[in-house]
Design a protein around this ligand. Sequence first.
Ligand code: ATP
Ligand code: MG
Length: 366
Amino acid sequence: MRKVILTGDRPTGKLHVGHYAGSLKRRVELQNSGEFDDIFIMIADAQALTDNADNPEKVRQNIIEVALDYLACGLDPEKSTLLIQSQIPELCEMSFYYMNLVTVSRLQRNPTVKAEIQLRNFEASIPVGFFTYPISQAADITAFRATTVPVGEDQMPMLEQTREIVHKFNTVYGETLTMPNILLPDNQACMRLPGIDGKAKMSKSLGNCIYLSDTEEEVRKKIMSMFTDPNHLRVEDPGRVEGNPVFIYLDAFSKPEHFEQFLPDYANLDELKAHYTRGGLGDVKVKKFLNRVMQAELEPIRERRKVWEKRIPEVYEILEQGSKKAQSVAAQTLADMKRAMKINYFEDRELIEKQAASYAEESGNK
Ligand code: ATP
Ligand code: MG
């Protein structure tokens, strides 16, 4: 079976280190592994409009930011197809048919959507498009026959919903759609990177992010002001590493060679954590180390971004070509679906001939 990746991001802001840890870094590794037949990376502008309908300019401006972040991280248009969701009308058609296979109460049970509704104060009046975005996400995944979806933990309910739709569709209409699998980060800290304010998730909508495009100085300032253990007041106090964002970021990003290079007093992260836990290690020292680690990771990304920022028309060309390729793939899947659903009247010669013969016979009998 062909191995295909589909994943993407909403153009609601620049991408941050949570995206990088949760999905982007993995995508680049998978792309370069050469193990996949096709890789589709989607800028989900139609989904972004489901909760930004009154702010189309925001979505429009962030297309290029997300694309630049992709290229900066090492996504290579020669190996991965970069596309814009709204340019693939087939996705709307697929969603329309999937809606018949999902109940309202099933959508209401989605814990990520529940949390997002609360966050956006949508409780009293949820836009229908927002409420149903897990269905449109099922269209995104199935249109490209994705087998593998590398995403952060918040996307688990979406994948479950997609798998249910695939199962239902194939049961009702016959084996047509490909069953996708989620690929979560193998590092626990990357599943859901917290914000610099200590909130459970770094998120564009919460404004608690370190962006991939932040300058060296911005990154340093954000790290030095990060939330840590609120009870770790004096250096000699014992500190907590669990739930402490500084240590979660170190879990996500530090490598053994960083200790050798930047903090040779400690052999590894376990030793650093042990010292913090027993007391006698100040937050400033840990934060300075984290800053070195993050700068080492972000510097090459920043440099590549600067190069692509000088080639904006070329970036749009890449997106246009990618969207065209993606559209032709989606059109084939949709044709297969319509055949399975028996709504392919004009290509079904047999149907037409049979009905013609039956009417001819009837009039012959009269
Ligand atoms: P928004 O607030 O507009 O929903 P977002 O920051 O949640 O934006 P998305 O575009 O919804 O970003 O998510 C894109 C991808 O990044 C998804 O695969 C998601 O799982 C992953 N992701 C987002 N935030 C994090 C995070 N803090 N930690 C790990 N993965 C994340
Ligand atoms: Mg999100």
